[in-house]
Design a binder for this molecule. Sequence first.
Ligand code: URA
Length: 212
Amino acid sequence: MIEDLNVSVIDHPLVQHKLTLMRMQETGTKDFRELLEEISMLMAYEITRDLPLVDMDITTPVVKCKSKTLDGKKLGLIPILRAGLGMVDGIVKLIPTIKIGHVGMYRDPKTLAPVEYYCKLPTDVADRTLIVVDPMLATGGSAAAALSLLKEKGAKHIIFLCLVSAPQGIEALNKAHPDIKIYTASVDQKLNEHGYIVPGLGDAGDRLFGTL
Ligand code: URA
């Protein structure tokens, strides 16, 4: 049951409205890109609401006072190539100092196993909370492999942020990485025989980059 898994659905009305627009097949590349950026920003706002704060001494033009500032671990943003790139700009607008790493995975056509083809990370991943982004969580295979890779490289605190997910993907990712919380805007019905999420929004990478 999805309720027993380490997953949270971001049901903010603006997120849900924009997701509906992204699902529509008549939505073109320009709008799709802008909507993904906007939704990513809104989702980042929601997932960072529990970040710890600490008091800092400042001087306003009027008086000296204490004021809140972010405390604790620094953040890192890791898009999974290539569709994850579409979620970067919205999050960077909210958190401009965030460090960005990239992970590229492809599926071996013979073994169907995910294979890493690119990995470039901030040097201090162990000291950062990493937000790993990929708009579509389908089988969960490449996401699970990407998260394993990040742990091998020393990452200790990771959250996974996607837009649309399939129940199978959530279960698989939770089984492989029960410590990693998944945030999604929607848990859709299922995967079809071609590995597409139903109802989904089609191939996110192709719609984002106009390679349909
Ligand atoms: N990747 C996509 O881009 N879309 C799907 O539906 C599944 C995987």
